[in-house]
Structure formats: structure tokens, C-alpha cells
Design a binder for this molecule. Sequence first.
Ligand SMILES: NC(=O)c1ccc[n+]([C@@H]2O[C@H](COP(=O)([O-])OP(=O)(O)OC[C@H]3O[C@@H](n4cnc5c(N)ncnc54)[C@H](O)[C@@H]3O)[C@@H](O)[C@H]2O)c1
Length: 313
Amino acid sequence: MKILVTGGNGQIGSHVIELLLEDKNNEIINIDNFVTGKKYHLQNHNKLKTINGSIEDSKLIKKIFKEFIPEIVIHTAASYNEPENWVRDIETNGIGAVNLIKNSLEINISRFIYFQTSLCYGNKPLHNPIRLDHPNFPGTNSYSISKTLAEDYLKLSGLNFVTFRLANVIGPRNLSGPLPIFYKRLKENQKCFVTNSRRDFVFVKDLAQVVLKAVYGKGKGTYHFSCGKDVSILELYNEVVKQIGLNHYPEPEIQEISDKEVKSILTDPDKTFKDFGKINFTKLETIVKESVNYYDQYGVGKTFTHAKLNDKK
Ligand SMILES: NC(=O)c1ccc[n+]([C@@H]2O[C@H](COP(=O)([O-])OP(=O)(O)OC[C@H]3O[C@@H](n4cnc5c(N)ncnc54)[C@H](O)[C@@H]3O)[C@@H](O)[C@H]2O)c1
């Protein structure tokens, strides 16, 4: 199959590409502008061509669709690491996505796979676990506004699509959020700040297996990717301390969450289990171990968080 992947040098895209390349019948074009992705996340492969470019570039995207004629589009590229850069968010997450959707319609691709953020439900979701029929309240940050816009265009397009609404995908190549931040600060003997909350952490390699099933035709529409259980941020911290192998326990500073957030954000995976079958979720210990091995090898670099709370509300 001919598959176009966007953002393939990122955490999720690179794991999906590696699995796709195990099938000799797959040929992949990856487009990435390396804003957050890394060249070393993908090995050279004769069935993989990586283009250093942006999905915002409508001429380039048109040319790729016209010449390559992909059957499947796996759209993982996203802008999120500068919360005040609304222009770039809307250009990448909005216009970039619409470029891909419009070209997909023109050549009538068979399936479009998208990755939405569970921040679309807002900082204070109405249910826990959050059901798929929860209304969208993306207005708490520029990232989720622009990501939700793209998901809406995808629905409007009438394309055959699968959207995975994700909370916290972690593992090797994860360079944002608490896991790399804890690693970096612990290695630099700096104090860590641990919020008194729980989150829905899932392993990137478990997600990639399910994405592969979607590529080969399983599922339709919107899904959560979640194991259905949340983990406290302190448990994650303790696991990082353990896997780094420190011989003392650096006491973290526990921070209470603000009244703009909820203690636990958990998404309901029922439909995912029904349509994709049983998922063998990897243990936190293994996830953190693999991540720490990756950070030991490549370092963490600049860490960031995409979700800036709007203090005016
Ligand atoms: N990782 C998570 O926990 C999580 C949670 C919710 C949603 N998502 C979504 O999953 C997708 C993948 O996330 P990830 O964790 O792999 O992030 P990532 O930063 O590792 O990967 C994103 C990739 O997109 C590339 N990119 C950014 N702007 C681009 C542009 N204009 N043109 C081409 N490439 C561009 C980056 O260089 C990077 O390689 C994103 O769409 C993200 O919104 C991820």
C-alpha cells in the first residue's frame, strides 16, 4: 500500500512507520518539518522517503498527492510546543490538515487517520471516564482549538476516517510532558514538582499496533485510546526515580491542582475494545524503562508542555 505519513519523525509517527515497514508491500512518504521531530527517530529504508517540508505548503502537498497517489493518509503532524504561537498552530493544525483533507478528497483515498487531543473536552470534563458523546470545549488553549477544527473538517469531508483521541502517550521519543521533564530534572539534581492528579498514560507502541489495525481497515469514526485506568503523577515520578537507578529518593514537591482543572482525566475506551479487540497494555514499569533507555541514549533537550491554561478565565 502507498501511505502518506505526516510528522513521521515524531513520537507516534515514527513508531507507526516502523511497524508499517515490516510489511514489504508498504511504501511510505513521510513529510516532516522537524519542529519537534528528530531525524534519528527513523532509520533509512528503501521503502521510506522523508521530505523535509511543511503540510502548510499547499503546492508541495498537491505535488505529493498527484505524484505518489497515496491510498492512506496517517496525519500525525501537529504544532503545540509554543502555546502563544496561535498563528503557527492554526497554520499547521488547521490549514495543514485542510490541505491534506482536500487533496485526499480529490484522489479519493481509502482512509484518513487522525490524532486528536482529549483536551478537546476542556480542562473540566463533565464525566469521568469521558464518553465519546461528551461535548467539545476546546477553547482552553490554541492547540486544542486548532486540532478540533481539523477534526471537524475531517467529519465534514465525508472521507472514511478514524480519529484517535489521545490523552498522554508516553514511551521512547516522548519529548513533552512530565516523563522527560522528570528524567531531565532528576539527572540534573533539580527538584521535581509533582501535581496531585492522575492521568491516562498509554504506551506509544501499544497505540501504534492499533493504528496499524486501522490502516488495514478496522474501525470507523472516533475512538479513545486508553487502558481505562489512570495513574497518579507521583507513581510516574517514582517509576522514573527507580528506573534511573538513583540510590536515594529525591523528595518531590507536591503541588495541588488549580480550580481550573480536575484531578483525574480518563477517557472511556469501550468502543475501541469493541472494534479493535483486546489490547495488551504494557506495564508502566516497562514503559518508563524503555523511555529512560531512550533518554540515556539521546538526551531530552528542551522540554515543554503544550497546554497553557488561560488565566483570564
Ligand atoms: N503524544 C500525546 O500524548 C498526544 C496526545 C494528544 C494528541 N496527540 C496528537 O498525536 C499526534 C502526534 O503527536 P506526537 O506525540 O507524535 O508529537 P511529536 O511532536 O513527537 O510529532 C509531531 C511531528 O510533526 C512534525 N510537524 C510539526 N509541524 C509540522 C508541519 N507543519 N509539517 C510537517 N510536520 C510537522 C514535528 O516535527 C514532529 O515530527 C499529533 O497530532 C498530536 O496532536 C498526541
